[in-house]
Structures are given as C-alpha cells and as structure tokens.
Design a protein around this ligand. Structure first.
Ligand SMILES: Nc1nc2c(ncn2[C@@H]2O[C@H](COP(=O)(O)OP(=O)(O)OP(=O)(O)O)[C@@H](O)[C@H]2O)c(=O)[nH]1
Ligand SMILES: [Mg+2]
Length: 381
C-alpha cells in the first residue's frame, strides 16, 4: 500500500515508483461491501491503463464483508493502490469527493466498484480531460451507441424519468448526467467544492449543476454491465436524495437576490407573528403583552430558520453554530426593534404624521436586521 515512498517489491512497475505522487490519473473507486469485486476491478484497470501513470484509490465506508482486507492484499507491494477508509460515514458522493481530494493527480476519474462500468473507455476519458478538450469526460449509457444493458423496464423508466427531470436544472444538455463513470480535472472539482452539496448518490450531477459557468462536457458511449457479485445499494433513499438535490438547484437558480429574499421571509414572519398573537389570545386567554412577547419570539425564530435555509443557504449554520446564530439573531433583531421604535418616535415628534413615522421606523429596523445579520449571524467564514 502506498506510503509515499518507493517500495522495492517484485511486482511494482518501475514507472509508478519514480516519484511519490507522480501520477497523471487517479481512479477513484467507491466501495461498500464489494469484497468479491475489487480484484476484478484492479485487474481490469491494470489492463486498460497500460502506458498511463495512474493510481487506484478506493474509498471504502467501513464495509463489513472484508472489502478493505481484500484491497490491502491487492495493494501489498504496490505504491499505486491506496484505500481511504471512512468510519461511521456513508454516502457515495461524499466518498468520491474525499477520494478526489486525497490525491495529487491532475486528472481524477470515478468508476463503480462492482464492475458495471467499462474500464476500457478510461484511457479516452482521461485523454479528453488531460489534453484540455473537455472539463469533464463522461461515460454515457444514453448517448448514441450507449446502452443500459440488461435493466428491467421499471429501472429503465425510473432512470429515464430522473434524467429528464435533471434537464430542468442542467445548463447544457448532457445525455447521462447521472453517470457514475467520468473523468474530470482535479482543480475543477476543488474550485467547485464550496458549492457542492456532497449529498446522495450523484456526484456528477452535483458537479454539473454547481458550476457557475457551464462545464465543457464530452460524452462517450459504453454499455452498462450487469452486476455479477455483491448487492446494489440503490434504494428509496437515493430517490429522495435526488429529489432534494433537484429542489435545491431550482431554488439556487431562481432565488431572488438576498435582500429580496430576506424581505419575503420577513413578510411571512409577520404572518406568523399575527397568527401566534391571535391564537394565544383567542385559545389560551393570554394577555396582550404575554401573547405579543410570545409572537415576537416565535416570529424571530421562524425568520431565523427560513433565512438560514433560503436567504443565507450558502452560509447555512448547523449544530451548535445554529444555536449561537439564533441567539445572535435574537439580539440583533432586539436592537433592530429599538432602532425601529426610536426612529418612529423621533420622526413623529417632528412631523406628527403617524404612518410616515411608522413606515420609516420599520424600514430602518429591517435594513438593520438584514445588514447586521449578514455581517454577524451569517458572516462569511
Ligand atoms: N464508499 C461508498 N461507496 C458506495 C456507497 N454506496 C454505494 N457505493 C459504491 O458505489 C458504487 C455504485 O453503487 P451501486 O449500488 O452499484 O449503484 P448502481 O450501480 O447505480 O446500482 P446497481 O446497478 O444496482 O449496481 C459501488 O461501487 C458501490 O459499492 C457508500 O455509501 N459509500
Ligand atoms: Mg452498480
């Protein structure tokens, strides 16, 4: 297994030990319970990639069927096979991203660990990216001469529907945006990293829809093989994750600018405020003061949650940071309310026009809330 130094073993090919990290291509192989498949994958890649300086990087999510042990045996005495093992983690997309970031090779490719992708296509995918003809080169099941192989009609229909749906958010037509078989320049992925969702199964789709400029894509056909050993990890969760990703991208694309979104959330928050106030007074018999205090607290929390998920989704707070963020948002909105009342009172004492004073106070308060929360609660990190 590679530790970054030359290993003088019999079966090490000389080209691989010339320089630690001197690979032109890293083939990322995500695995989860693929023990009976990994040897074939390595043999297939070795045969297909002769003449290219490549390393094979497995990312295994703590498989319990001995996958990592089999990989270790294959890697023994070879500097060009490594495994990244993740404990307590699952997720194909995140596994692939972490694999890509664990190599210094300028071009990274992804191939399934169950033998369904035709590794003989890899040299051409590599050449397209390495030579600069494409940002991403995809092995496609749906372009001319491509094939999904022996899928039953239900799976075919689901895959076709998902592919059609994806066109809603793709910037340029791609026949197989859900392919798990592609090559890409590593620095491209690095640049897109902060924008990737990293969720779910479809890392290629994530990459294509995260780029502000359309990526230059070339697709080459291949025939999807039937899984021989091991079990499929496709399930209902994958479909749900996919739907969430599409919704996420639609919101990202059509979301109005931040201040407009903040104002829209604030307007909804006003509705929540009135509903809580009315509810507490009508059903709980609370005094106006108590109901108003409760309504303010709930409305601020509502605004915080929605702004966190929508307005500042790119700086979204989670876990403990979310709790601290809510506290700071309460504080800032409190100051905003004082600014609101203060402005109103001063204007009213000068002009005696109640509605001008009221609206001016509200505008000042809202502008403060937006500006201060952008700088403090959802500050750039
Ligand atoms: N590291 C890691 N790998 C995963 C995970 N889920 C799936 N994989 C691997 O990703 C590849 C694709 O998963 P598959 O279950 O084969 O998905 P598929 O090819 O779309 O479906 P089938 O045609 O039914 O095999 C395989 O090599 C899996 O072992 C995961 O959570 N973590
Ligand atoms: Mg598979």
């Amino acid at each position: 297994m590679s530790i970054g130094v030359a290993v003088p073993a019999k079966n090490v090919r000389p080209i691989m030990v010339a320089k630690a990290g001197g690979f032109d291509l890293a083939v990322i192989v995500p695995t989860f319970n693929e023990a009976d498949n990994v040897a074939k994958i390595v043999a297939g890649l070795d045969a297909a990639l002769a003449g290219i300086r490549y390393e094979i990087l497995f990312v295994d999510d703590w498989s319990q069927d001995g996958t990592a042990e089999r990989i270790a045996a294959l890697a023994s005495g070879r500097a060009d096979i490594r495994v990244v093992r993740r404990f307590g983690r699952r997720g194909l997309s995140s596994a692939v991203i972490e694999g890509m970031m664990a190599t210094m090779a300028p071009v990274v490719a992804v191939i399934d660990g169950d033998g369904q992708h035709d590794e003989r296509l890899l040299p051409r995918l590599f050449a397209l990216v390495n030579g600069g003809a494409a940002d991403v080169a995809i092995g496609s099941r749906y372009c001319e001469n491509g094939s999904t192989g022996d899928w039953d009609s239900f799976r075919l229909k689901c895959s076709r529907a998902a592919t059609k749906l994806s066109q809603l958010v793709l910037q340029a037509p791609v026949t197989d945006p859900m392919s798990g078989f592609f090559a890409v320049r590593r620095t491209k992925v690095e640049a897109l990293l902060p924008r990737l969702s990293g969720r779910g199964f479809k890392i290629l789709f994530d990459l294509l829809t995260s780029s502000p400029q359309p990526l230059r894509v070339v697709e080459l056909p291949f025939r999807f093989r039937t899984r021989v050993a091991g079990d499929s990890k496709l399930g209902a969760g994958v479909a749900i994750d996919y739907a969430v990703t599409i919704a996420d991208r639609l919101i990202r694309r059509f979301a109005p600018p931040r201040p407009v979104m903040f104002a829209a959330v604030g307007t909804l928050g006003l509705g929540v405020h009135v509903a809580v106030l009315r509810g507490m007074m009508a059903f709980d018999g609370a005094s106006f003061a108590r109901a108003q205090i409760m309504a303010v607290l709930v409305a601020i929390a509502f605004n915080f949650l929605f702004n966190n998920s929508l307005t500042f989704r790119d700086r979204r707070l989670t876990g403990l940071r979310m709790v601290a963020g809510l506290a700071s948002f309460y504080l800032l909105c409190g100051i905003g309310a004082l600014a609101n009342v203060g402005t109103g009172v001063v204007l009213f004492s000068e002009h005696h026009r109640w509605w001008v004073s009221g609206v001016a106070g509200a505008v000042i308060g809202s502008v403060w809330n937006f500006g201060a929360s952008a700088l403090v609660t959802w500050r750039k990190r």
